[in-house]
Ligand binder design. Structure first.
Ligand SMILES: NC(=O)c1ccc[n+]([C@@H]2O[C@H](COP(=O)([O-])OP(=O)(O)OC[C@H]3O[C@@H](n4cnc5c(N)ncnc54)[C@H](O)[C@@H]3O)[C@@H](O)[C@H]2O)c1
Length: 239
């Protein structure tokens, strides 16, 4: 078991990639706290659902210290909650911009700012920001989303430097998934997905489990000398 009795916070673990990460961590011995706005689509007695919006700073300021009192430590944080609100730049409303920035970027700031001090204090921890291939190479219709996904990589690199200033081993990394089979992809028509499959050397979309496998590696001691790294899990679509 690679995560025996580790306490892991995974945001947005009610479905999709977050669900795969939560279930994989549990199989490796962890206890998972799922901070999401939607009900989990699965049952697992080692994953506890805490309904909270990552943009709700006031609620998080109450919840995170309560969780720390209840569980005693935080070993792993996966900033996974995220949304898309797509439109071409010339048509993107301010509301679309704000919604994506608030959840995908400020939400990561909010949760990490409240969780990281405990890790810094205990001198260990692994934080993983879920980015996207779109943050690396841009994507038509995703100005807001691309900005956030590049942003969380820059935040991971900054935190890799900041959180070890006083020594210890708080590691911070990012994962950039390619196009993965989840509900998020259901809004994308096949006329868009087929060329993506063709351009991908492995000729398919990825599965949530393939992102979870990368998260498990970065969360575990196997990655003990890896920090500030962006791990691309994309079938080769960006090389
Ligand atoms: N699916 C893909 O192809 C793909 C590719 C690259 C990156 N990603 C990223 O992976 C992450 C997960 O994507 P997914 O496809 O599993 O998404 P999903 O839509 O299936 O699940 C999103 C999860 O985030 C939670 N969530 C949304 N807004 C929230 C909020 N304000 N506060 C708390 N929780 C919130 C939802 O409750 C849900 O549990 C996202 O950050 C996404 O940008 C996905």
């Amino acid at each position: 078991m690679r995560l025996q009795d580790k306490i892991a916070i995974v945001t947005g673990a009610s479905q999709g990639i977050g669900q795969a990460i939560a279930e994989t961590f549990v199989r490796e011995g962890a206890i998972v706290l799922n901070l999401s706005i939607t009900q989990p689509v699965y049952d697992n007695d080692r994953v506890t659902f805490y309904p909270v919006d990552v943009t709700d700073r006031t609620e998080l300021e109450k919840l995170i210290p309560e969780l720390h009192r209840a569980y005693g430590r935080f070993d792993i944080l996966v900033n996974n909650a995220g949304i898309t609100r797509d439109a071409l730049m010339t048509r993107m409303s301010e509301d679309m911009w704000d919604a994506v920035i608030d959840i995908n970027l400020k939400g990561v700031f909010n949760v990490t700012q409240l969780v990281a001090p405990y890790m810094i204090e205990q001198q260990t921890g692994s934080i993983i920001n879920i980015s996207s291939v779109v943050g690396e190479y841009g994507n038509i219709g995703q100005t807001n989303y691309a900005a956030t996904k590049a942003g969380v990589v820059a935040m991971a690199k900054t935190w890799a430097k900041e959180f070890t200033r006083k020594g210890g081993a708080v590691r911070v990394n990012a994962i950039a998934p390619g196009f993965i089979n989840t509900d998020m992809m259901k809004t994308v028509p096949d006329k868009v997905l087929d060329p993506i499959r063709q351009k991908t050397p492995l000729k398919r979309l990825g599965e949530p489990q393939e992102i979870a496998n990368a998260a498990l590696f970065l969360a575990s001691e196997e990655a003990s000398f890896i920090t500030g790294h962006l791990l691309s899990v994309n079938g080769g679509i960006v090389l």
